[in-house]
Structure formats: C-alpha cells, structure tokens
Design a protein around this ligand. Structure first.
Ligand code: F3S
Length: 65
C-alpha cells in the first residue's frame, strides 16, 4: 500500500499529519507532505485510510497494491 498527496489540491487543513504522523508531515507553511516514499508499512494501513477519509479536499490517495 502507498499514499500519495496532491499538493496542488492540499489547502493545509492538517488532518493528515495530525491523524497519521507516521505517514505525513507538514511543510513550513502547514501544507501536508508524504514522508519518505509513501510506502505504508504493515500495521499502518488504518492510518492511511483515516487520513484519506478525513482530508476535506480529498487530496490524499491510497493505492492498494
Ligand atoms: Fe492537506 Fe488534506 Fe492534509 S488539505 S494538510 S492533505 S488533511
């Protein structure tokens, strides 16, 4: 599983890095960033889905692999 964040769509609501700090960080302006390659380690799948479901802009994609 992998997460992607569309930075053109992100408005900096911050739910992703609040809910899933293992997968997302924030840049200096509060916009979300994907940590590392976005690979979701076993056990963190729920965090990925939670972040995607809670982004008001729907900027997060979860790729099931
Ligand atoms: Fe951006 Fe959505 Fe996160 S708007 S900061 S990707 S919750």
């Amino acid at each position: 599983m992998k997460v992607q964040l569309d930075s053109a769509t992100c408005q900096g609501h911050g739910r992703c890095y609040d809910l899933a700090p293992d997968l997302f960080g924030e840049d200096e302006e509060g916009y979300g960033t994907v940590l590392g390659t976005g690979e979701v380690l076993p056990g963190a799948e729920q965090h990925a889905r939670l972040a995607a479901a809670n982004c008001p802009e729907r900027a997060i994609n979860v790729l099931e692999e």
